[in-house]
Design a protein around this ligand. Sequence first.
Ligand code: 0WK
Ligand code: BGC
Ligand code: BGC
Length: 941
Amino acid sequence: MSARQEDPMGGEVPPGQLPASPCQGWAGSTQSSIQDRNFTVQMQNTLQPLCLSLEKLQQVKVRMLEAIELGLSRRTHAQATVRMQPAFIRSTPDGTERGDFLVVELGDPDLRVLLVRLTGDEHQTVTPVKDQRFPVPKELTQGPGEKLFAFMARCLCEFLDGLGTVQKTFQLGFSFPFPCRQTQLDQSYLLGWTKNIQCSDVEGRDVAQLLQDAIQKQQDRYSIDVLAVVNDTVGTMMGCEPRAEPCEIGLVVDAGTNSCFMAEARHVELVEETGGRMAVVSEWGAFGDDGTLNDLLSDFDRLVDQESLNPGKQRFEKLISSLYLGEIVRHALVQLTKQGGLFNTHTSPSPALKQEALCTQDVLKITDEQGGLATAQRVLRDLGLEASDQDCFIVQQVCSAVCTRAAGLCAAGLAAILSYMCRSRELARLKTSVAVDGVMFRDQTKFSRTLQQRVKQLAPECEVTLVPAKDGGGRGVAMVTAVASRLAAQRQQIGRILAPLKLTLDDLRKVQALLRREMELGLRKETHATSSVRMLPTYVRATPDGSERGDFLALDLGGTNFRVLLVQVGSREQGGVQIVSEVYSIPPEVTQGPGSELFDHIVTCIVDFQSKQGMVGQTLPLGFTFSFPCQQMSLDQGILLSWTKGFSASDCVGKDVVQLLREAVQRKQHFTLDVVAIVNDTVGTMMSCGYDDPRCEVGLIVGTGTNACYMEELRHVGTVAGEEGRMCINMEWGAFGDNGCLDAVFTPFDRQVDEVSLNPGKQRFEKLISGMYLGEIVRRILLHLTDKGLLFRGRPSPKLQTPDIFQTKFLSAIESDGLALRQVCGILEELGLHVTCDDSLVVREVCQVVALRAAQLCGAGVAAVVEKIRENRGLKQLSVTVGVDGTLYKLHPHFAQNMQATVQQLAPRCSVTFLQSEDGSGKGAALIAAVACRVASHQRA
Ligand code: 0WK
Ligand code: BGC
Ligand code: BGC
């Protein structure tokens, strides 16, 4: 054998000295006999597999890095052995945490209960007010999970009874050192037991809920809220003594082993986060369960694994943690005994070396250079083994080999995490503390020294301080619980602020009944003027029957765009309705300027359209969709009752809109107009859809504004003569509640939006539903939450304080499925806001609540209409189609569905089909013009 031997700690063994570790040759050693030399070789061969060179550890580091990437990626996570579970902790403590928190730690072998006081001062002195251990009876660790949780609840009560405090309400953090799939701080599903616990009926279940249920079942003397479930590595990291450099890694080397660290949230693909950090629990104990470490497993490791509670699982853990090291050493000693070199027993292993004869605590002590040999002597004597000094020395060598390897492997894992953090943060160097807990590290100089040295060698780009955990994870779990408590309090506050926007089915039934009452009032001649729902006759008596023919000009004013259309209506064989249209914008200064300019602008667009379509000088019958409340005396006459939405052009209200258009044409002296019909966009939409579905007898707009129309029995329309047949009624439900009947639904946010609108006190129902207002309601709520310090760290951006800056299309975007929170953050960052992930979640919730209320109220409206039609016709069951149009209805991801669900609940005897209009109401206006022309030609005939 060569004299020069490379020791895994990277040093040389000077001649005549004992090797620092068994992995070194014994060339220079004091032994003289041949027999001894044979045994030395045998021993080296036996222990060689336990000796991992730096190169080997470097390989392990690289494999761990690959495993980390697989665990973080959404695509490979499910197959990954190192599961990288998000812990839903986004920042390490900031010292503001305060309060008294209960902590329950399911350790091995003890359950520990603590009451921790956080002072919230910059020193953050954290003192366990009381701390008590309860040994966990062995049978509980293998029995029904329910019993184990009941035991924990009992200990908790015993602890609190012993506290002798008057306090009855507590917030609790649960330290649960087992692999879990966490979905939020207080929701964590057990993936599988490890170490010495194997209870039934717990895997796949939420352990927070199991503990909460056990506590409730156990007693009612205390009200205890389980606010957080925390892995012990996270507790260790969060409990790290505040130091110069942040502590962003937690490491546990105890009965089991594991690690966690603060990853860049954008790299944790299991969560939606974009910005900031997220603690991930590696669960590296399972590293190698896919065979990645097979090349470095020794026979002893395989024996330990086969004899364990979970063969084939937790391979990395079984090479490092205290539950297994004693067994590895024992198997090595049995092997050496068989080779006849130990305890003078000549091959038959002593029964003394039976399973679990050696505990890891002793193994660790034996590795101690000072007293290790004496400890070996004592331990072997206690086992009834007569051990010579050489035996003790050999045993010490074996223990050292096993522990050195454990420290080396742990270092390779830690180095992988450090290098990963350095790389993922694009840093040249990383300086961080690592909080370490566990019997393998606590007061174990050899292990911790080896670990420190190896980490330095394996991650030279990182400057690492290993910080022994002061009291295990207790204080860290209390910190997490304090964060959870703050978040829970915030949640409650946000819940209280949003509660008035959440309508119950009962509330919606009341709205339905109120609308129905207003409809009746609107229809009756005597009460028509006082009803907030004006139920305006449209003089449209029937929906299209397919016999309409001819070319028509159509105008579509009132929504997002102004459109001019050429509509050619032919037989179905000729292809039915052909439409050519042009969209024109109407600048705000025109919508809010002199009425004459508005109508001049309309005529200019018509002229432009006609010249583009080569129709100059051609006069076609025209249908005019005018999406504002008009009192119609006939099909081609409509007195504007009031402007709504963003319009407030002067000198129009109270005037016949058709006349205003004709006057504009005259002013332009270009051509003549033959306006044969003016229709509301709801009516145009109903007609347009009715052309394809004859059952379509309701028109609904949910766009910039909202409104509905439907075919009412003429006998019910008190403002129009005649009893026979039907007439389409433009409800103008936007004004529903203008008489105060909806005040109960109105929240302060709605009032604020109304007060600054163009028409305060008007269009109250519209202001709860339509696209013009939803964004503004959300903005006001966000400002209120920011004011309360519940959002954006209490700092609103100047942009967010700008009226109408939060457009309704943002709601649709923010709520769209699959839109990662990252995109929500993007939208909010556009508004100059510094957004945390919690903020995005809250903003999304506010959007959801506001949009859901709008959809439900709209659903209550439609339910009132279809129920009216059903009762009109004395039907048990009505089947009807509603033609719908409007940007909000079309673009919002959930509006239509939520609205339809509400209609089903409130009008169960109506099967309602919603037909989205593809051609817009202009087509409908042209069809009405066609009917008007046909009727006129018959009258002339
Ligand atoms: C398209 C119709 C138009 C109606 C508009 C409403 O053709 O008549 O006014 O939908 O939706 P908005 O454009 O307001 O979203
Ligand atoms: C568990 C981990 C735990 C570690 C240390 C492992 O067996 O899977 O969740 O953190 O032991 O206690
Ligand atoms: C108008 C209605 C119109 C609705 C949808 C409301 O503001 O008053 O006439 O149908 O908006 O565009």
